[in-house]
Ligand binder design. Structure first.
Ligand code: MSS
Length: 366
């Protein structure tokens, strides 16, 4: 077998043993690495970049980073130094790539074949977007979207709209959105979007714009290709286009991390089955675990602190396993009564896979 690919330079400070390196812009946390301490350490958090990150100099003089705000009564430019004086909020949330779980689609959609590790639970601090908008006289009337633009240098000779990372979410999403400069208690690394990142809790990864340089309230969705054609729920075989739903809110989901599918044969006896569960926009309220692929279910117990509706919760079920083969699955329910589905929603891009059946862990016990 080929030697494992090295971590990309901008993520070389991470723990190599924690990752599956798919490419220089996609590194996935190993399923066996997720522990039970709720917050995912930066050293173990996945990375997905659609463009190469900006020059590392931007995280040296962080305070000089500039952000333009548009679509408010009095548009203006802020430096990060100025934003820090406005207000502070701290939010724990699940950061999950839209394509997490793509690797379970049998038709192999193009894109990174992530299984579970394009996700983590991360704590962000920064200024609430609503505070910034208020300070500038409020969102101008009739603007239905909040549009964030990444500050990468665009490759030359291409139509900027075909490469720029710019995404729009419904304007209501600003309610809990942050312009964040801190992640898990440290200034945000370049890998995760420092010096300044837009955080839209409950929305999939791509909507959380790194190195944000422009935040605009807009009448229409961005015309960037990543918005108009990328990240669309298109039927299998079809290309993405603006008529199809955009990949935005996450839905209720859970999976088991231990025992992991990478584990060899288990010893008969007591096993602590644990994993993570989250509800997207709603807090998760219940997790059931099945040892027989979903015929019989038992309630699991939540462990560890509840970091709020956008964070994931760790769950555990202690089970006594005799020798034999077992298909371990988990199924989460959120406070709104949404139950994690058995089947994935088929779509060409392999997005939003929340199927509990796909996330099964098969173990043999001797
Ligand atoms: N931002 C920017 N600026 N750029 C890029 O590339 N990507 C996306 C987000 N944001 C980008 C951005 C994606 S796509 C994702 S997932 C995320 O991010 C990730 O994050 P981290 O931090 O983990 O790396 Mo899929 O849906």
């Amino acid at each position: 077998t080929a030697a494992p690919k090295p971590l990309p330079a901008f993520a070389s400070w991470k723990d190599p043993a924690s990752f599956i390196v798919h490419s220089s812009s996609t590194i996935e946390t190993r399923r066996s690495v997720f522990g039970t301490s709720v917050v995912t350490p930066a050293e173990q958090l996945y990375v997905r970049n659609n463009l190469p990150p900006p020059d590392p100099a931007v995280v040296i003089d962080r305070d000089a980073w500039e952000l333009t705000i548009e679509g408010v009564k009095t548009p203006r430019k802020f430096t990060l130094r100025e934003l820090r004086t406005m207000d502070i909020e701290t939010t724990a949330m699940v950061l999950q790539c839209s394509g997490n779980g793509r690797g379970f689609f049998p038709n192999k959609p193009s894109g990174t074949p992530w299984t579970v590790g394009a996700a983590g639970c991360v704590v962000w601090s920064g200024v609430p977007v609503r505070r910034v908008a208020e300070a500038l006289g409020g969102v101008a009337p009739g603007l239905a979207y909040m549009t964030g633009t990444g500050g990468e240098k665009l490759p030359e000779g291409l139509d900027p709209l075909s490469v720029i990372v710019e995404r729009s979410v419904p304007v209501q999403a600003m309610g809990d959105a942050l312009l964040a400069w801190e992640m898990n208690g440290a200034p945000i690394s370049l890998a995760h979007g420092g010096p300044l990142r837009l955080i839209v809790p409950g929305y999939t990864g791509v909507n959380n714009i790194k190195y944000i340089k422009r935040l605009a309230f807009t009448a229409r969705e961005s015309e960037a290709k990543i918005m108009s054609h990328g990240y669309r729920l298109s039927p299998p075989g079809a290309k993405g286009d603006p008529s199809q739903p955009s990949v935005q809110e996450m839905s209720v989901k859970s999976w088991i991390n231990s025992p992991s599918p990478e584990a060899s044969t288990l010893k008969a006896g007591l096993v602590q089955i644990h994993g993570v569960a989250f509800g997207g926009l709603h807090a998760v309220s219940r997790v059931e675990v099945s040892l027989d692929g979903g015929k019989k279910w038992s309630d699991a117990r939540f462990v560890g602190p509840d970091l709020g509706r956008y964070a994931w919760r760790q769950f555990v079920l202690a089970a006594k396993l005799p020798p034999g083969s077992f298909t371990l699955v988990s199924r989460a329910t959120d406070v709104a009564g949404n139950v994690q589905p058995e089947q994935r929603l088929e779509n060409a891009g392999g997005y939003n896979n929340a199927s509990w059946a796909d996330h099964a862990v098969n173990v043999s016990v001797a």
